[in-house]
Ligand binder design. Structure first.
Ligand SMILES: *Cc1c(COP(=O)(O)O)cnc(C)c1O
Length: 395
């Protein structure tokens, strides 16, 4: 059975063209790019090319790009860099719906004398920018707000956020891991100081990412050691993966139209089809400001894990809540922050598509999922009890 892979916000398939470009750097071109000899030097020129491709995708200068070991490292580096370069400032602002790579850094910092303001979101998963204005303080070291949410695809108004934050002269980081490659990001017109991205979310390899640091913005390295990345990130370069990330960035730029047309169309067909075929289903999140590839749907009175298991039987791969919280029965922190009612939150499924999906695959999901939900509802353990958690309970 072939897999119908609709979990692209968790990770993506490596584009065969990316793999092809990487292979020589895992076999013949194993030289250390820091070496003086030609054998190493030729590798170093390919790293420069990758940096150039990534810079082009974001419309920035190549020397504003630092290669890291992924989105998590980029997020950590940005936060610690801002704190270390402004030792007097002990306050951070973020949101309740960030990735754990930001939230758990903030929680750790709270145990070490820092104060963190977590901005709430409304029922659509959107921020109230007045909350942001009110949270800014003279001792705010950094504001870190994700560009697009991994679970719902909700896009935050980064241009307005930047205007507010930079207007107060405060440093701004955005975790754009889910936005890069899916929507156009032009950092010439978006004045963020730091931006994180990850290779494996854009059809590149895992364990590679990048941090954009705007020229002139203070920077302190997170990893110290050798002089790689101009002393900004020590450690012998992950050459094959850097080359792969460069190729993935080039392909993302070339395929941007497919994301905003073809992928979005498949997502819309899937979403509309499911809502039509299945009663008591709702979309979670602001559908007007949303990634083209993501839909998060809650099916009332069913358990997300049960839906996933039954879809798995048909080779359909999606996710329920956040991949990082699955295994626990708590609804995801994102849906909780949005105040999604309990009876809906437990039955939420995230479908995240990519340019490798087909209309045929969407048809299969539209055929198989409605009967699955029907069957599960017949044996649902949830009893309709008109509790405060289920205000819209119909029975
Ligand atoms: C996946 C993801 C990360 C983590 O990136 P890794 O490369 O897996 O470390 C961070 N932030 C967001 C929004 C993500 O989706």
């Amino acid at each position: 059975m072939t897999t119908i892979y609709l979990d692209n916000n968790a990770t993506t398939k490596i584009d065969p063209l990316v793999l092809k470009e990487m292979m020589p750097f895992l076999t013949d071109y194993y030289g250390n790019p820091s070496s003086m000899h030609k054998f190493g030097g030729q590798v170093s020129s390919h790293i420069a090319k990758a940096r150039h491709r990534l810079a082009s995708l974001l419309n920035v200068q190549p020397d504003e790009i630092i290669f890291t070991a992924g989105g998590t490292e980029s997020d950590n580096t940005a936060i610690y860099s801002a704190l270390e370069s402004q030792p007097g400032k002990k306050h951070l602002i973020t949101t309740r719906v960030e990735h754990p790579a930001i939230l758990n850094v903030c929680r750790h910092l709270e145990e070490h004398g820092y104060e963190v303001t977590y901005l709430d979101v409304d029922e659509k998963g959107q921020l109230n920018l007045d909350d942001l204005r009110a949270a800014l303080r003279p001792d705010t070291a950094i504001v870190s707000i994700m560009y697009a949410n991994s679970e719902t695809g909700v896009i935050f108004p980064m241009q307005e956020i930047a205007k507010i934050v930079k207007g107060q002269g405060v440093m701004l980081h955005t975790d754009a891991v889910q936005a890069v490659g899916k929507i156009d990001l032009n950092l010439q017109t978006l004045p963020v100081d730091y931006l994180s991205l990850s290779g494996h979310k854009i059809h590149g390899p895992k364990g590679i990412g990048a941090l954009f640091v705007r020229k002139g913005v203070p920077f302190r390295p997170h990893l110290r050691g050798g002089h790689q990345e101009h002393g900004r990130r020590a450690g012998t370069e992950n050459t094959a993966s850097i080359v792969g990330l460069g190729k993935a960035a080039e392909l993302a730029q070339l395929n941007m139209d497919i994301e905003s047309n073809g992928v979005k169309h498949m997502r819309d067909v899937l979403e509309e089809g499911l809502l039509k075929a299945i009663p008591q289903a709702i979309i979670n999140g602001d559908t007007e400001h949303r990634l083209p590839n993501t839909t998060n749907i809650s099916f009332k009175h069913v358990e997300g894990e049960a839906i996933l298991l039954m879809m798995d039987g048909f080779g359909i791969a999606a996710s329920s809540g956040s991949a990082c919280t699955s295994g626990s029965l708590e609804p995801s922190h994102v849906l909780r922050a949005m105040g999604v009612p309990f009876t809906f939150a437990h039955g939420s499924i995230r479908f995240s598509l990519s340019r490798f999906n087909t209309d045929e695959e969407i048809k299969v999901v539209l055929q198989e999922l409605p009967p699955i939900i029907k069957r599960l509802r017949e044996i649902s353990p949830f009893k309709c009890n008109n509790s405060a958690d289920a205000p819209k309970c119909p029975c």
